[in-house]
Design a protein around this ligand. Structure first.
Ligand code: ARG
Length: 392
């Protein structure tokens, strides 16, 4: 009598593929169900995962979660100016959704066990584990538990007729979703190593970008983008289109040393053209529409939000509290931002907002709408304690 059915998050890569026979041979499960979640990886990647899952597992699901990913994870990240140590998070945003889909399948299939193919060194293991444990399921992570090495995995895969696609000379580990693409591993693990041009898939090199700049306009409604160049679009279409446009101009590359959740520093390369443009435009629109008090407080909120999102702690009560604050803060963050894209740079040219807090009439040197003499009284009190203080 075996252990029944286990449901596993499946990418089609080497790690998750060898987990299928391992879960049977080493852990005693009778059936392995694989779940590939489409959060905007390349079409070929999803097709490959679907084909391999169907061939290797007892049952396979491919779930298209792209719209949900954009609306429930990317949009909140835009409202929160979500970035971790200076780059727009991507992988971190997608993991909870992938895990939730695996949990949903496990419930449907009546399974109490779920698995992932993460190693014991990265962030993803913790992001998956958190969602799985929230649902009260048993978590199995063969790669982490069995301390497997790449070479052992390749041999085991060959013995089990699992096609191995990792080429020895291009050993990059790539994780992609609609919001960003991350590349790590191989020679990139030396932080001094200069990333070769071949690792980039979404962005042109600065020197290969067009010599003519492109000016685009973005329309936001309550903190999220709703139109590009005057054309209303779904978030998914808008981000997809903008990735192509901004990527062509070489926008959105990060070469990071980042602090992982467990404390290890890691070297990682990211591409995020649409994210860079949207986050730049959104932050600019907030400067026009939020009060000074809101802006300074929200910077702290955004930082805490980003840290929790990076950690995958999306059910942490504080995260929900922060989301409530952030959503309320975006009530007036609607308007238009014009951005110039040119050889890797993205600069705001102009912005307008119906609920903007800017008044040309009040601030203009040429207008008499405010009586300047009123400032004389303010000035009499201004900095009075500092002026009285005689400390040396
Ligand atoms: N360091 C990033 C994170 O933890 C991305 C990790 C996945 N990247 C990869 N190339 N497999 O969010």
């Amino acid at each position: 009598m075996g252990k029944g059915t286990i449901v596993m998050a499946y990418s089609g890569g080497l790690d998750t593929s060898i987990c299928i026979p391992l879960l049977k041979e080493r852990y005693g499960f009778d059936r392995v169900i694989t779940v590939a979640v489409n959060v905007g990886q390349r079409d070929e990647e999803i097709a490959m995962a679907t084909e391999k899952g169907k061939k290797l597992a007892d049952k396979h699901y491919t779930i298209d979660a792209r719209e949900q990913f954009v609306n429930e994870y990317v949009f909140p990240a835009i409202r929160a100016n979500g970035s971790y140590e200076g780059y727009p998070m991507g992988t971190a945003l997608a993991r909870p959704l992938i895990a939730e889909e695996v949990v949903r399948v496990a419930m449907e299939e009546g399974s109490h066990s779920v698995a992932h193919g993460c190693t014991g060194k990265g962030n993803d293991q913790l992001r998956f584990d958190f969602i799985f444990r929230m649902a009260g399921l048993e978590v199995i992570a063969p790669i982490r538990e069995l301390n497997l090495t790449r070479d052992w995995e390749i041999t085991y895969a060959q013995e089990h007729n699992i096609p191995v696609t990792v080429a020895k000379e291009k050993p990059w580990s790539i994780d992609e979703n609609i919001w960003s693409r991350s590349i790590e591993g191989g020679k990139l693990e030396d932080p001094a190593y200069h990333p070769p041009e071949e690792i980039y898939g979404w962005t042109a090199a600065q020197e290969k970008a067009p010599d003519t700049p492109e000016i685009i306009s973005l329309q936001f409604l309550k903190g999220v983008p709703v139109a590009l160049n005057g054309q209303a679009m779904s978030g998914l279409d808008l981000i997809r289109t903008l990735n192509v446009i901004a990527g062509k101009h070489g926008i959105g590359r990060s070469n990071m040393i980042e602090d992982r959740i467990l404390g290890l520093k890691a070297r990682e390369i990211y591409e995020h053209p649409a994210a860079t443009v949207l986050l730049t435009a959104h932050a600019d629109l907030e400067l026009l529409t939020l009060t000074r008090q809101e802006l300074s407080f929200k910077r702290m909120v955004d930082d805490r939000w980003s840290e929790l999102a990076y950690m995958g702690l999306v059910h942490e009560p504080l995260f929900l509290d922060l989301n409530a604050f952030i959503t309320r803060s975006q009530e007036n963050v609607s308007g238009r931002v014009d951005v110039k894209l040119y050889k890797g740079s993205c600069r705001v040219l102009g912005r307008s907002a119906p609920e903007g807090l800017y008044s040309e009439e009040l601030v203009s040197f040429d207008s008499g709408a405010l009586d300047q003499c009123h400032a004389i009284g303010v000035s009499a009190y201004y900095g009075i304690q500092a002026r009285m203080n005689k400390k040396k």
